[in-house]
Structures are given as structure tokens and as C-alpha cells.
Design a protein around this ligand. Structure first.
Ligand SMILES: Cc1cc2nc3c(=O)[nH]c(=O)nc-3n(C[C@H](O)[C@H](O)[C@H](O)COP(=O)(O)OP(=O)(O)OC[C@H]3O[C@@H](n4cnc5c(N)ncnc54)[C@H](O)[C@@H]3O)c2cc1C
Length: 516
């Protein structure tokens, strides 16, 4: 067969290697697809551009929003396929019914398959993110249990990306792997035990097509030059989004900044998406990203922040603009609504001894923040405003207003504390657990940026994970999942673990299709 290469940064090919399935990327979706392909007896290779496997998935909590499975049933939770269908239809604007159906009906099948392969899941007690019919208070999202590095196959143990707080300072991972690291480690272990191959530090630069336009492999770059990885059955792209590529972000109107994303340095710059578009794949970027408020680090990076216990967020005018206890993507979307919000300040008091009253991953050391100026401290709110460069009168008035709301236990401006998600992390002792006064000096203000957990616009796929052309027909041989695709959730983040849950389900459906 005569094959030609989609020339995406790739000079002439020098050698070709033969597989049945080439999986591009090594996050939760990629490894789920790879595992299922290898277990079906297909010669499978996972191709990862960085030195580690796992990408942002390894940084994650590893929560997978996979409703209606045996895991929830075993735990006696009020979750069901029907409930999840109702919930998605209530939350999403104009949902793709075929995708919703494929997702809710296949999630339990996939989890049963993975459990039969030795992955054991437990429910995560986290509420869904919208007050809508079909919502459950927790457990629709599930997680694999921790694993010891020493118990992993020798070829997997050193490859799992360290947690973000260690990775960003160039340190290795711990002995016990939990959350997203455990998910990646367990999937990768099962995959190599099934005979799968992993190749790291091998960026995929494009695809190989035959005369009929079918994708028959991937083109990758080694230090010695380009190679072809031939895929007799197909190529599955699950290589993250383009969050680390500022030009692509700007071209597709993704708010925030490549420097503020949570994706690992050197990871997701979107070339597998662009290469597919160059082959005629349809794309949709409307969903933009999975957003979050990001505690700015002295390095200028963002830190995924959730679960504010006290304090208030203000924009450059010194005013609040949303309920700080909203689920993080919803708060991030509020930040994205106005340029003066994409850089905000979080004002908090000393009730936690000068520690930040929320979960920030990574958090950073208070003394380092103060030395770097990413945090300022003062004895009064007026002095704090001056130190932060915020309008003094506006901030003083805002904090007084907030404190009056806290005393009453009501937030007429933004309804903080009214939803069950608002109070999930809250520890206040007043009339509203989520509304605690900011009145114990000294006071702090911490710089915030609009961060993200990845972009979620990209290749348009069908319910079998096949990449579609502009005319709606499949681009033969090419499949996609994860943040490389236009998310079925559009501009919504319905519940904890929807990025990983949907990535895993559609990678699994893609592999079913290419197994035939
Ligand atoms: C702190 C934190 C907690 C989170 N918690 C959760 C959670 O609990 N549940 C949840 O669902 N989501 C969570 N998320 C979000 C979630 O982790 C990501 O959105 C999701 O994992 C992205 O998966 P992915 O496979 O698309 O990308 P990634 O996991 O980033 O994997 C993509 C991989 O592809 C590689 N790659 C990119 N380009 C190429 C190329 N050209 N050639 C070869 N390889 C390439 C990258 O190097 C990377 O390793 C969290 C995120 C963070 C930061």
C-alpha cells in the first residue's frame, strides 16, 4: 500500500513500525483505550511526547464521573443511568442525544470491564455541580484505590507523572500513588501486562494516510529523525487539548493564558488536533475549556483552587462578582466574563492563622507568596487595598457589606451558601456555613488568575469515537477522545470527574469500533 504523510512539521520518513492500534497521548482516556485494545489481542502502542505518562490526568483527583455502575449500586447510592440521563438533559444546552445515550449506557459497561480486569473503584462523596433534576449529592463520580509504586511493573513504576506540586519543582513522585496517579498507574500496569507497549519522549507530529485518504498510522519525531508508526486498525488520538499553546488559544478565543493552565509543562500544544484538521477533520471549539480560579504562584503559574471556606474574591474595581463557592468551572466562567476579572484578588483574614482558606493545588508557602508580592498583608482592609493597588473606598465598603451578609447568613448579591455544593467544604459556625465574616486582622489578599484544567474544543467525533469530516462522514482510520475532542458537555462541567469519565467512555467506544 502506498502511503503518504500528512506533512505537519515532518520531513521525509525514514522507517516504519507496524502495530494494529496507535494511541496518541497517555492520559486517562488514552490508557483506557490502549488497555482495551491490548486485551482484545491487538498490537498496541501508546505514544507520549513527554518523559512521563499521565499528563494532566496524573495531576487530577482521578474522579471519574461514570454514572449508573455497579460501584454506586454496591454502595447503595441513589444513582442510576436514568437519573444521569435526566440530569444531563436538564443541565446541557441542546445536548447531542446520541452522545448522551452512548455515554450513560456505556459507562456501566466500561466500569464492569475495568473491574473485571482488576481495577477497583469506590465512590467519591462529591455533589454534582448543578441544582437540576437527576442530581445526586455524591458518588456518581468514582475513583480507583491507591497503589504502591513498588507493586507496579518495572516498566511502568518510573513513568507515572509525579503530582503537580512535585512535578513543577522537578521532583519525582511518592511511593504511594493515589487519585489520578493511581488511575494512570493501574491502567498502565494492566496495559503492559496485556502486552501493550509504551513509548515516551516521542511526539506525534502528524498522520500517515494511504491513497484513499485513510489514516494508516502516525508520524512521530525521534532525536534521530522522523518515524512512522503504522496502525493496521486505526489511530486513537487522546492527547489532551491545546491549553499550552497560546496561539491556538487566541485563535479559538479560549480565555485565560497558556502560562496559567494546569497542564504539565511541555505537554498539550494541540498538534494532533491541528494535523487532523489539516486532513479534513471537522472541529468545534465552543466548549472552550474546563476552567477554575487559579491561585497565582510566585512563578506566575496558576494553581487549581476550590472549596473556599472563608474570604471573598474581588475584581480590579474591588467588587465581588460571583458566589465564590460555585463549582470551579462555573466560577472560572464568571471570571472569563470581563477582562478585569481574569486577574482578581482573594481577600481573607487570619482565622486560619494566615493560611489560605481553600484547597489550592499546589498552594505554595505563605512566606514565599508574601515575599514575591503574590500575596499582600495589612492590619486594616484600607491598608490592604493600598498594598494590592485596589480602590480603597470600594474594598472597605465591599468587605463591610460582605460581613453584614455573613452576620445575617444571607448573600442577596450572589446566593453564597444556598446550594449543597457551596456548603460541601464550608466550616463556618454562623447562620450560614459558607458565609464567614472577614474581620480578624491582619488581612491578606492573594492574586488570582483564570486557570484551566485543559481546553475542551477540538475534533468532532461520533458516538463510536470516529473523527468526522465537515460533511459528517468519518475520516477512516482516525478516532479521538478526551480533551482532543469537542466535548459532549459543551460549555458545561456537569459534575466531578466529567473530563476523565467522558474521555474513558469514548476511548472505549472507539476501541470497540476499531476491533470491529
Ligand atoms: C489538580 C487537578 C485535579 C483534577 N481532578 C480531576 C478529577 O478528579 N476528575 C476529572 O475528570 N478531571 C480532573 N481534572 C481535569 C483532568 O485531569 C483533565 O482535564 C483530563 O485528565 C485531561 O485528559 P487528557 O487525556 O485530555 O489529557 P492529559 O491527561 O493531559 O494527557 C494528554 C497527554 O498527551 C500527551 N501529548 C500531547 N500531545 C502529544 C503529541 N503530539 N504526541 C504524543 N503525546 C502527546 C501529553 O504530553 C499528555 O501526557 C483535574 C485537573 C487538575 C489539574
Amino acid at each position: 500500500m502506498d502511503a503518504s504523510c500528512n506533512l505537519f512539521y515532518v520531513p521525509a520518513m525514514t522507517q516504519a513500525e507496524q502495530y494494529d492500534v496507535v494511541v496518541v497521548g497517555s492520559g486517562g482516556g488514552a490508557l483506557t483505550g490502549a488497555l482495551l485494545a491490548a486485551r482484545a489481542g491487538l498490537r498496541t502502542v501508546v505514544v507520549e511526547k513527554t518523559e512521563y505518562i499521565g499528563g494532566t490526568s496524573a495531576y487530577s483527583g482521578g474522579a471519574c464521573w461514570l454514572p449508573g455502575t455497579d460501584v454506586q449500586q454496591r454502595a447503595g447510592l441513589p444513582d442510576s443511568t436514568e437519573g444521569a440521563r435526566t440530569y444531563l438533559n436538564a443541565v446541557l444546552t441542546d445536548p447531542d442525544q446520541d452522545k448522551v445515550e452512548a455515554f450513560v449506557t456505556h459507562a456501566p459497561v466500561l466500569v464492569a470491564e475495568l473491574e473485571a480486569m482488576g481495577l477497583d473503584f469506590v465512590p467519591v462523596p462529591f455533589p454534582d455541580y448543578f441544582d437540576a433534576p437527576g442530581r445526586v449529592p455524591g458518588g456518581r463520580s468514582i475513583q480507583v484505590s491507591a497503589v504502591q509504586r513498588d507493586d507496579l511493573p518495572a516498566e511502568v513504576a518510573p513513568l507515572v507523572r509525579p503530582p503537580v506540586e512535585l512535578d513543577r519543582i522537578g521532583r519525582g513522585g511518592r511511593k504511594e500513588l493515589s487519585g489520578g496517579q493511581a488511575l494512570i498507574a493501574r491502567l498502565a500496569a494492566a496495559y503492559v501486562e496485556a502486552g501493550g507497549e509504551i513509548r515516551t519522549q516521542l511526539p506525534v507530529t502528524g498522520y500517515v494516510t494511504d491513497d484513499a485518504g485513510r489514516v494508516v498510522g502516525a508520524a512521530a519525531m525521534t532525536p534521530e529523525g522522523p518515524i512512522e508508526l503504522r496502525a493496521e486498525r486505526g489511530v486513537l488520538v487522546a492527547a489532551g487539548g491545546f491549553e499550552r499553546n497560546q496561539d491556538m488559544r487566541s485563535a479559538h478565543d479560549v480565555p485565560g493564558d497558556a502560562a496559567w493552565t494546569m497542564a504539565p509543562a511541555g505537554s498539550n500544544t494541540g498538534e494532533p488536533i491541528e494535523a487532523a484538521i489539516a486532513l479534513g477533520a471537522a472541529s468545534d471549539f465552543a466548549g472552550a475549556g474546563w476552567f477554575c480560579p487559579g491561585l497565582e504562584q510566585p512563578s506566575g503559574e496558576g494553581s487549581f483552587t476550590l472549596g473556599f471556606r472563608s474570604g471573598l474574591m474581588v475584581d480590579a474595581t474591588g467588587h465581588r462578582y460571583a458566589n465564590e463557592c460555585l463549582p470551579y468551572d462555573r466560577f472560572g466562567r464568571e471570571m472569563a466574563k470581563a477582562p478585569e476579572r481574569t486577574r482578581s484578588w482573594y481577600v481573607f483574614d487570619s482565622r486560619e492563622g494566615g493560611q489560605f482558606p481553600a484547597i489550592a493545588i499546589p498552594q505554595g508557602d505563605a512566606a514565599e507568596h508574601l515575599a514575591a508580592g503574590t500575596w499582600v498583608r495589612a492590619d486594616t482592609i484600607a491598608e490592604l487595598a493600598e498594598a494590592a493597588g485596589l480602590p480603597v473606598d470600594a474594598l472597605v465598603e465591599q468587605v463591610e457589606r460582605f460581613n453584614a451578609y455573613a452576620e445575617k447568613g444571607e448573600d442577596p448579591d450572589f446566593g453564597r451558601g444556598e446550594d449543597e455544593y457551596d456548603t460541601f467544604f464550608a466550616a463556618g459556625t454562623g447562620p450560614n456555613k459558607a458565609l464567614t465574616p472577614c474581620d480578624q486582622g491582619p488581612f491578606y489578599a492573594a492574586r488570582f488568575v483564570l486557570s484551566d484544567l485543559g481546553t475542551k474544543g477540538g475534533l468532532v467525533t461520533d458516538t463510536a469515537g470516529r473523527v468526522l469530516r465537515e460533511d459528517g462522514t468519518p475520516l477512516p482510520g482516525l478516532y479521538a477522545s478526551s480533551n482532543s475532542t469537542a466535548s459532549m458537555f459543551g460549555g458545561f462541567y456537569p459534575g466531578p470527574g466529567t473530563p476523565l469519565g467522558s474521555a474513558m467512555v469514548f476511548a472505549s467506544l472507539a476501541v470497540r469500533d476499531l476491533i470491529g
